[in-house]
Design a protein around this ligand. Sequence first.
Ligand code: BGC
Length: 768
Amino acid sequence: MVKVGVPLKGFADFSRKVAADGAVLLKNDNEFLPFKKGEQIAVFGRCQFEYYRSGTGSGGSVNTEYKTDFINSLIERDFVTIDENLKQVYENWLEQNPFDNGGGGWAAEPWSQAEMPLTDEIETTGNKAIVVIGRTAGEDKDNLATAGSYYLTDDELSMIEFAKSRFDKVGIVLNVGNIINMANFDADMIIYAWHGGMEGGNAIVDVLVGDVNPSGKLPNTIAEHIDDYPSTINHGGTEQNIYQEDIYIGYRYFETFGKNKVMYPFGFGLSYTTFDIKNITGTQTETGIKVFCEVQNTGTYSGKEVVQVYAQLPQANLGKPAKTLVGFVKTGLLAPNETQNICIEVLNYTIASYDDSGITGYKSAYVLEDGEYIFHVGNSIRNTEIALKYFIAETRVIEQCQEAMAPTQSFTRMRPFGNCVAYENVPTKTVDLAQRIEENISSQIEITGDVGIKLVDVTAGKNTIEEFVAQLTIEDLQTIVRGEGMSHPQVTPGTASAFGGVTNHLRSLGIPLMCTADGPSGLRMESGLKSTQLPIGTLLASTWDAPLIEQLYEMEGQELKSNYVDVLLGPGLNIHRSPLNGRNFEYFSEDPLLTGKMSSAIVRGISAGGAIATLKHFACNSQETYRHDINSVVSERAIREIYLKGFEIAVKEGNAKSIMTAYNPINGIWTASNYDLNTTILRNEWKFDGLVMTDWWARMNDCVTGGEGTRENVASMVKSQNDVYMVVGNYGAENNENNDNLSRNLEEGKSGCGRCSPFLFCFLKITK
Ligand code: BGC
């Protein structure tokens, strides 16, 4: 009999490898790293003891059997000598100045902790110093562009200066969930260790002592000032954020308009060895391109390199970023002198741009515009060589879609004009959504009453899903779209929800009671049961190693299965639109391709392990403040090319079976009841055949007319083909504890109510 709360053997050890592979070394002067055997190291900063394993909120709440920190991992390694006196001074001070959790509650915990004032009397010894800087943020808690959050505090800056006054060589370890401002401090060595989960302390020591050669690359651009990020001016609103920067997020903006504002470019990261990416060539194929190169380790340490392919697309009717990531591969561990041949294939669809205005002559289509196409290959966005160039004489349609989710409100968006930023009007909605829904609505199924068909009969192919659904009563149909939670007594203790067979009658038809749990970085069980805590999403993305992440999440799938959890509420795929978003740690990158590839790996891994991943938060959940209200006003092009692209890749390549909508509205329609999002694009265009659920206690508004979002409007959720409302109280689904409007709307004869999406049943059918 499998016991719940018993972490999978070997899983934490594997997570340590991943955590080490995601560390990004930005600077390494004066032979700072790797440490040499017997060197004397002084360590500053309280986070050497109080290592941040994760950000805060649902994504960070994993109970582990143990945790690691930096200083104890370093001592246990017995490789260098640490400054015991300094350690003791810190320990004494920490006794008097314990960790401040803000009084309890996720959002109460401060982004950082007070640092010990360093006075002249403190004696230090050693030849090198490490300063550990820590930051957290999370659910309901955005970062702020203030000291202690995005910026270092005066005490932290003084600590770095103090270390420099005592030591010739100083390095900084950043134990942060998110990029921070780096313009006002410097050191010989700077490494982003991120939040590495329960084994993060060991992992960063593995890198520092040279057991692991760093191979992480930045998943974001680090610019000098927060105001350099084009989203900053439109981030943090209370009612709406206008995505005026459009598709020019992160490097797409900086490489096009502001190269000199960049401190550390996208895709950049150092190694202890050197690589030569050579014999770079490329060829056009029927479906896209292929690039070839050889990667040779030309240094003295074994190491891994990431080969990145960027497209330079023609500036034509549609504006384009100067460079767009279209492919990447990480090498294996190459010994000195060893060479690996690399081939990367890129589909035309990945290169194509979406025309939301019709300016190319092909409205609502992915197109390759006429002009010159240049493909660059290298190991960061800035360090590349040309692999291939060709011309397209006439604009080609790669995929014809239909207008969906277009804004209703007029605004202007960024586009290049020469090297300058120009603005153009954003195309607004032209379709009649009411008519679209009416035309697409599936035919009504006559209720037959119970004719003895069980769900297993559908799985076995004896009956159709429609015949099965026809047996359900109106009450069953209304009940099954309500999930119950949290900490449901009939599923694994302390998890997020139970759904599906929430009543005896539904279960009697063979509909299982399914269990969901947070995610994404390990299994959250508020009951105190233990599980394995993994590195955060941003660290995973920094590995650029999809096969490695797939292996990691196969183990996560096994751990979920052994805990009787069917569905993990992760990965989180939202784009890092602003460095200030508090939940960036759970998400991957400013780039949708990297996001999509990582998510696909996670989805496949979890599925191979025996459970199901949920892509969240679908979509444009770019800030935590006012997350239930804030309307994301975005062009259809940016929605499709940036904000939905990761989800699309995970659906098409990862074969994702579960998605959670976000809290916020997009262009006036809450995502939980957004028909174009959940049906036109997700189900009809991408052919998604799994389950959609809302985020917990989400709001919905009318999917046609808009208006205020409420928790009662479950009818609109159903109409948009979002399957399950998460959550009503435990045992509250049958009696409509939340007083939602399903039966009221049915009585009033409004269409779409009392109708249950067959997708929910398909989902149950494939999962059990
Ligand atoms: C979060 C989700 C999470 C859910 C269940 C919500 O507040 O936004 O990401 O999965 O709670 O814990």
